[in-house]
Design a protein around this ligand. Structure first.
Ligand code: MG
Length: 385
């Protein structure tokens, strides 16, 4: 029986995690559940899964909010709930599916407590990549398993090659709703248009990121840290069908890819059951129905996010952290209807330019860079672009 602490249990990844967990109740137990503000959804989960600990990270929650029948478990409130539950002694592994870089401390804490981290929160790795990888290496081998579908695919391909070095990572990307749009139309796009993802059904932040290709930009950085890949060894490939979840090219010219239907339950359950493979309850891939797989070169002119990722990796220090924080702020403003997609790109680029190089060798430095980047991005957005 594997005992899991699930951070972000009411979100898109969290609910799908509990779906596969319930399907394999003989193998997995949810011992900790944390949500941000979705109180009623969390209460329903606590009632059903009976964890030992539960938490709400949002402001203003206390024991007064907890119904009498749910007081059987230990409750934690506020931002500390994440680390408290990630490091709880009864959990073997922590599945981190919170949105944004608020997951960083809990990831570092879980690893320092010797727990394997199943990571669906890419912002953590983008903002604190050096710190997270150092903590993962100190915790042991295979202590950080990616849930991001592309990185899970790459992980599976590398495992198939049994430690052989690779030539290139082929990071696939659906292209999002603006794939065929020209630069001008993308610049003028609004949140409503950005929220129409063609193949994946996900939370708002990642859906916007998928439209602007900031999701892919963050994933380039994520792949860099997870697999120690230099920027020039990561090739983004636009693949609108989202069937090839990513691939790895080896030195003999072989390309090993992982294919499947676009269903996050596969990478979630792969990480949970690693190294075993269990049924997810999803529809298996039918190549005859898919019929055709197409691939296109990405266009960094229309999608400056890809160029910014390469520049930030080149710059090092806190550049990736600043990119991530500025993007999070700008996505918030886009969703609030304050800016367009063009404004989002300009806000991120302007924040990077304004702040210049900053260090990211300690958690305090990463948090400081993150805070300054948010302030700066907010100011830039407020004063108009
Ligand atoms: Mg992904």
């Amino acid at each position: 029986m594997k005992r899991l602490a699930i951070l972000g249990s009411t979100g898109s990844i969290g609910t799908q995690t509990l779906d596969v967990l319930a399907r394999h109740a003989d193998r997995f137990q949810a011992v900790g559940l944390v949500a941000n503000r979705s109180r009623d959804a969390l209460f329903a989960q606590v009632r059903r899964f009976r964890p030992l600990m539960a938490g709400l990270t949002g402001d203003g929650f206390s024991m007064d909010d907890i119904p009498a029948d749910l007081r059987f478990c230990r409750w934690v409130f506020g931002p500390e709930a994440l680390s408290a539950i990630a490091g709880m002694p009864e959990a073997d592994e922590a599945l981190v599916a919170v949105v944004g870089m608020c997951g960083l401390e809990s990831v570092l804490h879980a690893l320092s407590c010797g727990k394997r981290v199943l990571l669906a929160n890419k912002e953590t790795l983008v903002a604190g990549g050096q710190l997270v990888m150092k903590a993962a290496a100190a915790a042991g081998e295979n202590m950080l398993l990616p849930i991001d579908s592309e990185h899970s695919a790459i992980y599976q391909c590398l495992r198939a090659a049994q430690g052989n070095p690779y030539r290139r990572i082929l990071l696939t990307c659906s292209g999002g709703p603006f794939r065929t749009w020209d630069r001008q139309r993308i610049d003028a796009a609004t949140a409503r248009e950005a929220l129409k993802h063609p193949t994946w059904n996900m939370g708002n932040k990642i859906t916007v990121d998928s439209a602007t290709l900031f999701n892919k930009a963050l994933e380039i950085i994520e792949a860099h840290y997870l697999f120690g890949a230099a920027t020039e060894r990561i090739q983004v490939v636009i693949h609108p069908q989202s069937v090839v979840h990513s691939a790895v090219e080896f030195f003999d010219g072989a390309v090993i890819a992982q294919l499947g239907t676009p269903d996050m339950r596969l990478p979630i359950l792969y990480a949970m059951a690693y190294p075993d493979r269990l049924p997810t309850g999803g529809t298996p891939l039918d190549l005859f129905t898919v019929g055709e797989l197409t691939f296109e070169r990405p266009d960094a002119e229309r999608f400056p996010s890809l160029r910014l990722a390469a520049e930030c990796l080149q710059a090092g220090g806190a550049a990736c952290c600043i990119l991530n924080a500025a993007n999070e702020e700008a996505v918030g403003s886009l969703l609030a209807g304050k800016i367009t997609v063009g404004g989002l790109y300009r806000a991120v680029e302007e924040t990077l330019r304004t702040l210049g190089p900053m260090p990211a060798d300690t958690l305090a430095q990463v948090l400081a860079a993150d805070a300054r980047a948010r302030d700066t991005a907010r100011r830039i957005i407020q004063t108009g672009l």
